[in-house]
Design a protein around this ligand. Sequence first.
Ligand code: CDP
Length: 224
Amino acid sequence: MKVKNNVAIDGPAGAGKSTIAKLIAKKLGFIYIDTGSMYRAVTLKALQKNYDFDDHGALARLSSEVKIELFSGAQNDFRIFLDGEDVTEHIRQPEVSRHVSLVAKIPQVRKNMVRQQQIMAQTGGVVMDGRDIGTRVMPDAKYKFFLTASTEERAKRRHLELLQQGYEISLDTIIAEIAERDNIDQNRAVDPLVPAEDAVIIDSTGLTINQVVELIVKHIDECK
Ligand code: CDP
């Protein structure tokens, strides 16, 4: 039974999930939770401490030792703290993006993150975005969406974001990195990136952010 009014938004890198999830949360008066930021925070810590990314046992232990705190303000100005330090901007570094899927594929890391995410979802009234939200974290979510777009379009969006943040990376590099991350996310043994059976799939190629938000809100209104 779908008792919760929660909204799950999954999809590959650069599909616009976080921008759209924030706008949906604002419209509904819900709390926005970016689950990818948690995997990014563990990855940032591992990079800072020079972890070997093949040492799954050490990375799993690290994921249970770090303290991750998420804050979603009234304007959905989402922030993440790692061991007491605000790392909201740091976790977007290309170096973190390059390594995060290697950390997120480790089953024990996922177990630790999913446990925390499920506690956050318990109250209801949350919009959560990620890769396994509709399939693993909130299988009972009332509304599930899977956002996708062509690799080219997703890479262009990410390229623009990174340029705005002051990172000089070529579009070709981003296309290759996004394809590599999708490949690891889709093919990992535990909770791979795949649409939930009951998810509404939205291909946002050629659509504006507002058009996607409207599609989602319309669907939620129709199902109420
Ligand atoms: O924003 P972007 O699409 O680049 O990715 P993200 O949502 O910040 O997620 C970063 C990475 O974390 C993904 O590529 C996945 O490897 C992992 N992730 C995951 O495995 N499960 C989630 N629920 C969220 C993210």
